[in-house]
Every structure is written in C-alpha cells, then in structure tokens.
Design a protein around this ligand. Structure first.
Ligand code: GLA
Length: 311
C-alpha cells in the first residue's frame, strides 16, 4: 500500500466527491475496538486536482493542505494542485475532514476498495493532525449507504447496513463552539480509556450496549426507545467521558424539551461542535424555533466508495 502509481485521467485532472457523516450512537468507542452506528449524509465535498510542482489547495475553508497532502502521500501520488468546494460546514461535527480526505482518495485512487480507502484516510488524518482518531468517520464517508446507517465493528471492521426509517429526520445543531480536534483533550481521553480508568471504561461499556439496543429499537421502530438511548448516551458522555460543555448541555436539554424530538446528544469528538437530534418528520420547524441555533436537516447518503460493494 502507498507505492501504487496514481491513475490519472488522460487530461491529467481528476475529481473526487465524498459525503460528511453523522454518528447515530457509539461515541468514543471506535478507537477501542467498539461498535458504532454512523451514516453518510447528503452534504458533500468535491475535490479536483492535477499534478503540479508542489502540493497546493485552493478552498474557501482554510487548513485543508495537510489533509490533502497526507492522503496523496499515503496513496503514493506526486504533488497535486487541488481545488476544494464543499457544503460540509467545517468544525460543526459532521466531519468535514473525513469528507475532504475521502474525496481526495476517491479522486486519486478510484480503484481502491472502500475499506482500504477508509484506513488510508484514517492514517492520513492521524499524520495531518497528530490526533489518534478512530476509523469511524472515514469509514462512513467511504462506505455509507443511502437509506441506511452502518453498524461497524471497529475491532474486525465487519459492517452491516441497518435500514434507517424514513419517518425520522436527522437534525445536526451547531452549538457555535467550534474547535480543532488537535486543540482538544481527545488523545488524553483515548489514553485514559485505554488505561482502563473506571469512569471512562463505564462510558465505553455502557455506550457499546446502547449501540446494540439502538439497532434493536430501529428494527422494532420503537422511536421513544431510540430517544431514551440518545439521552443516556449524552449523560454518559457528559458525566463519565467528560467531553461535553455547559453550552452543549444546554442545547441538548432544549432539544429534549421539544415536542416531536425523540432525543438528542452531543455528537462526534465533543468539546463543543454539534449535537444530533432525531425528530419526527413534520416537526422539524418546532425544533428549529426552540433551539435558536443553525440546524442542518440531513438525509442519509451513499459513501464515495459505496458502489464497490455488491449488496
Ligand atoms: C472523532 C473521531 C472519530 C471518533 C469520534 C468520537 O469524530 O474522528 O474517530 O473517535 O470523534 O466518537
């Protein structure tokens, strides 16, 4: 891996496109070999490029160069001049970084398998940022499937598609507390959990149990149960894993109180960022009015490498 020549189109230019992601449940367990339930969503990053003397990125969003260069180096590509356009908001919890990484990989190496792409992009993100991220975000952006969430076992990397009910809307609400992962205690939390620190372990064990319970409740279409599991997940992330903030807690509580909102929780790495809420279709305006923050209503989408799998 990493030494294959890059396959360029005859014109020498290439294009890749990849979605952002949400995580329904299973937070801060991917890097411990736990199970997670993310979905790719209908916000995308497009990357075009061509070989050049040195790596460069043209984008409305700053900071993409290290990501693009690290993916390129991981796949053995020579330097590229890259242009990025994206409707995945940065720093807001739907993984603009995974979308950028996976779009670049898809453009440079469209022949790669989705799993290989996810692992390549995870390594690239770790190198670009120094943050020891798990594989969840890149996996969802590469292999997500419209109409589904992915039940991913991060120990074996086996996954199953779990149908996502069309009556439920996924709302991502921006807390306004934006952060770069490298400036958070993400690596520290990972070390504490790996060392078996009791509160951190309690979160991990209870969160993994909640992922399985959530999948069962999805099959039964028990939406109240889904909502309660989101609430429990938030409490565990707040009290045991300690990755929430007072502002995020306040936002989550506002969402909990909205009629038609089944539940909500902090999503992604935390320390600010966004919250996820599941809302009954048709009730989303009440949520928007109640939280007083920008809300993105997302639908599930195909990952950049979703076509590669036969099922
Ligand atoms: C970030 C990381 C993921 C995962 C989540 C927390 O999004 O990139 O690998 O660890 O945080 O669940």
């Amino acid at each position: 891996m990493g030494s294959e020549p890059v396959h360029l189109e005859p014109t020498g230019s290439w294009h890749g496109r990849a979605p952002g992601r949400v995580n329904l449940i299973g937070e801060h367990v991917d890097y411990l070999g736990g199970v997670v339930l993310p979905a790719a969503v209908d916000r995308h990053t497009d990357v075009t490029g061509h070989a050049a003397r040195e790596w460069s990125v043209e984008s409305d969003i700053e900071g993409g160069l290290a990501y693009v260069r690290c993916v390129g180096e991981e796949v053995g590509a020579p330097p590229q001049a890259v242009r990025v356009s994206s409707d995945v908001p940065p720093g807001a919890g739907i993984s603009s970084s995974a979308a950028l990484l996976v779009a670049t990989a898809a453009g440079l190496r469209p022949d790669m398998g989705g799993l290989e792409a996810a692992l390549t992009c995870q390594r690239a993100e770790q190198r670009a940022t120094g943050v020891q991220v798990g594989v969840m975000d890149q996996f969802a952006s590469a292999l997500g499937r419209r109409g589904h969430a992915l039940l991913l076992d991060c120990a074996t990397l086996d996954y199953k598609l779990v149908p996502f009910p069309s009556e439920l809307l996924i709302a991502v609400i921006d807390s306004g507390e934006h952060r770069s992962l490298a400036d958070t205690p993400y690596n520290q939390r990972r070390r504490e959990a790996e060392a078996g620190e009791p509160k951190r372990r309690r979160h991990v064990d209870s969160e993994i149990a909640r992922v399985y319970a959530f999948v069962e409740a999805l099959h039964r279409r028990d939406f109240d149960r889904l909502g309660n599991l989101l609430k429990e997940s938030h409490q565990s992330l707040r009290d045991d894993f300690e990755v929430s903030t007072p502002k995020v807690d306040e936002l989550v509580e506002k969402a909990w109180a909205v009629e038609g909102c089944y539940g909500a929780r902090i999503m992604g790495a935390g320390f600010g960022g966004s919250i996820l809420a599941l809302v009954e279709r048709g009730r989303e305006q009440a949520l928007v009015a109640a939280v007083g923050r920008p809300v993105i209503i997302c639908a599930t989408a195909d990952g950049a490498f979703a076509g590669a799998r036969a099922d």
